[in-house]
Design a protein around this ligand. Structure first.
Ligand SMILES: Nc1ncnc2c1ncn2[C@@H]1O[C@H](COP(=O)(O)OP(=O)(O)O)[C@@H](O)[C@H]1O
Ligand SMILES: [Mg+2]
Length: 274
């Protein structure tokens, strides 16, 4: 193996005291074409987000469609460069240490991207190849993680397209566990799942947090999910956090249920009506 390759395999050294995530003053705007016109206008997708997530926390992000959740997640995942502001993952600046940070984070989006004709095992092996974990070790780890988290072993050897969406989400989350410590960025992992699969994926996320050294940021539209899973919830509207706190605290302050909290803070209008 080349020296560069060997360098890549070594685990990323992380200060145990470091925050899993620290974002300060993050802004991102896009140019959007006015409908049917040759005019462009700027849309402030994320406008001034500050966020500190300690290691081991599950932080929920709740907000209407178009409020900036996915943009924020994509910035944190180093897939988009913010216009302004800074982000550190386990103490590493995402701009200056992009490749290193990519080994500490994993993003799972609504449509997990896989090679659907390949099996879960093969997909996990491919992903770990990218992350520099030697293949045989990775295969064993993948199998162990999925079995421990309740995926039947025989399911690992059929093409992914033959698994239910809930099972595919579990494989995606397991894939995110192959690097450690890890900051998992879950963008609506349960949207579109039936209630049973949703419950299973939620339980999976809780198990993952308990058994692995994982910190989780999860976007969701599901109020019960936010309350059940999250230590703290951030309510986002028009690219800004309206409030951040434990569900109990938000309810004590803004409404009897999470849904009431949501409507108190967001109002009835949605960002998409801008
Ligand atoms: N690549 C892009 N180009 C132009 N506008 C974008 C792009 N991505 C997101 N936006 C706009 O940014 C805003 C926030 O979008 P997004 O982060 O996807 O919201 P959410 O995930 O909360 O639904 C929306 O107004 C959306 O249209
Ligand atoms: Mg989104």
């Amino acid at each position: 193996m080349s020296i560069a390759g060997a360098e890549f395999v070594r685990p990323v050294p992380v200060d145990p005291q470091a925050l899993a995530l620290c974002a300060v003053g993050v802004h991102k705007s896009f140019r959007e074409r006015e409908s049917g016109e040759h005019q462009w206008r700027r849309v402030d997708a994320v406008s001034g987000i500050d966020l500190a997530v300690p290691r081991g926390e599950i932080l929920g992000i709740l907000g209407p469609n178009g409020s900036g959740k996915s943009t924020l997640i994509r910035i944190l995942a180093t897939l988009l460069v913010p216009d302004r502001g800074s982000v550190e993952v386990f103490g590493y600046d995402i701009g200056r240490h992009r490749l290193l940070v990519r080994r500490l984070i994993n993003r799972v989006s609504v449509e997990a991207s896989f090679f659907k004709k390949l099996t879960a095992e093969e997909n996990l092996a491919y992903a770990t190849g990218l992350y520099g974990v030697p293949n045989r070790q990775a295969q064993a780890m993948a199998r162990e993680i999925l079995e421990r988290l309740g995926m039947p072993a025989k399911k690992l050897r059929v093409p992914l397209e033959q698994l239910s969406r809930g099972q595919q989400q579990k494989v995606a989350i397991a894939r995110a566990l192959l690097t450690s410590p890890t900051l998992m960025l879950l963008d609506e992992p349960t949207t579109g799942l039936d209630p049973k699969s949703r419950r299973e994926v939620q339980q999976f996320i809780l198990d993952v947090r308990q058994r692995h050294d994982a910190t989780i940021v999860i976007c969701t539209h599901d109020m019960d999910e936010a309350e059940r899973l999250c230590d703290r919830v951030a309510i986002i509207n028009r690219g800004r956090f309206e409030a951040v706190g434990p569900p109990q605290e938000l309810k004590a302050r803004h409404g009897a249920t999470m849904e009431a909290v949501f409507f108190t803070l967001i109002g009835e209008s949605t960002a998409e009506e801008r």
